[in-house]
Design a protein around this ligand. Structure first.
Ligand code: CTP
Length: 403
């Protein structure tokens, strides 16, 4: 993953039982290409062995003894200054108090004090400790200093009680880190609208006409735009996917709902990427009650839906600066894609041969050709949908720069 490749992340672990969840976060970051330096307090090291973090990150883990021994005699300055992001997760009430008052009595606290990058803090503690005015005042101090406080979430606590104090899940922490790292990217200050998934057109309250789109490519595009710093609205037809953290999600079901949502979202957008498989036809009538078998085989009359890209292209003023479409084809890929590029007045079309092995619906890989309105053509080899998304967004950045 481009955004995280070789990024230096300091991950501070303090003495909350949620420390075990941070092993998952450390693993996710490492798999995404980041160099994760874990710094543990003494209490954290009682809950999870440093060796566990060392095993998932493939890097040495720092504990208090390292402040006085070993390679670098200014370890805390090194760690504090040479990172791209610094996250303390879980952060106990004690560590939050230390940060608020500038205490530096362990390796993590002294590293945080020396850090030049904005700190992210994910509190985790008992509900009463979190609600305590002292903790609340300390968190306010951190927020006022520009630190990002993530959570805590409400739910079951280690005490057996239920309340606000749980560390947010590793997936959200991962998403928040991505947003911090991408914040100053080339799409910062831009709004990108992405559509995804296959619409469903109801026949009766039970049955629908739909298609095989999984939404994977569209969701990957939304994530890639977020990674470049864009504000992303993801308009999604039903999928089994979790929206990328930080995207504004609008759920729709039918082609008509997709059209309404897109028309609303593009008003102030810079880019529209239509990755959704929008139904071209819908039942002319929807039965109010379930159509019964005993009535015989029904005849369905279909009528066309409106073309979303066509409607956006026809907008007099609020047409986004760039429009990207997809052409999912089973034959004459490039000819069909080229004619859609011109007919729909697109700046870029992603031509997708759905008959190619490991490409198209429901798989994690794709094989596409990128055709630009200025005639430039780029054939991409088989790659993950995340990589395809990065390449598409790369062209979007280039095209925006040229405008
Ligand atoms: N599209 C759209 N509105 C529709 C149907 C499609 O905006 N009602 C968009 C898709 O999201 C895609 C592009 O148009 O970006 C091409 O979609 P595709 O289904 O390949 O082409 P169609 O125009 O529907 O033509 P055909 O189905 O005949 O290939």
């Amino acid at each position: 993953m481009k955004l995280l490749t070789n990024k230096h992340i300091v991950l501070g672990i303090t003495g909350s039982i949620a420390a075990y969840k941070s092993t998952t976060l450390a693993s996710m970051l490492t798999k995404a290409g980041a160099k994760v330096d874990v710094v543990m307090t003494a209490s954290a090291a009682k809950l999870v062995a440093p060796l566990t973090f060392q095993s998932v990150t493939g890097r040495r883990v720092y504990v208090d003894d390292d402040l006085w021994q070993g390679g670098s005699h200014v370890l805390h300055i090194d760690l504090g200054q040479k990172n791209d992001a610094f996250l303390i997760a879980p952060a106990t009430a004690n560590t939050i108090a230390k940060l608020a008052h500038g205490l530096a009595d362990n390796l993590l606290a002294v590293t945080a004090l020396a850090s030049r990058t904005p700190l992210l803090v994910a509190p985790a503690m008992d509900g009463g400790m979190y609600a305590n005015p002292a903790t609340q005042a300390n968190l306010r101090i951190l927020a006022e200093r520009g630190m990002t406080i993530i959570g805590p979430a409400a739910g079951h606590l280690a005490s057996g009680l239920s309340g606000k104090g749980r560390m947010v899940e590793p997936e959200e922490l991962f998403g928040r880190l991505r947003m911090v790292l991408g914040a100053d990217g080339p799409l910062s200050g831009r709004k990108v609208v992405v559509t995804a998934g296959g619409t469903r057109e109801p026949i009766d309250p039970v049955r629908v006409i739909t298609n095989r789109s999984s939404g994977k490519q569209g969701y990957a595009l939304a994530q890639a735009a977020l990674d470049l710093g864009a504000a992303v609205t993801l308009i999604s037809a039903p999928t089994c996917l979790t929206a990328p953290f930080g995207a504004a999600l609008l759920n729709v079901t039918t082609a008509d709902e997709m059209l309404t949502a897109v028309m609303g979202a593009v008003e102030d957008a810079d880019v529209l990427i239509m990755a959704a498989a929008v139904a071209d036809f819908k039942p002319a009538e929807q039965a109010d009650e379930k159509i019964k078998k005993a009535g015989g085989v029904p005849t369905l009359t279909l009528e066309p839906t409106l073309d979303v890209l066509g409607a956006v292209a026809a907008l007099p003023q609020s047409r986004p600066r760039l429009m990207v479409g997809f052409a999912a084809e089973s034959q004459n890929l490039l000819e069909n894609a080229q004619s859609k590029l011109s007919a729909k007045q697109l700046d870029l079309i992603v031509a997708n041969d759905i008959s190619a092995p490991q490409a198209g619906f429901d798989v994690d890989t794709n094989r596409v050709t990128l055709l630009r309105a200025d005639g430039e053509k780029r054939d991409l080899p088989l790659m993950s949908k995340a990589e395809v998304a990065e390449r598409v967004l790369g062209v979007v950045v280039d095209l925006l720069e040229d405008l």
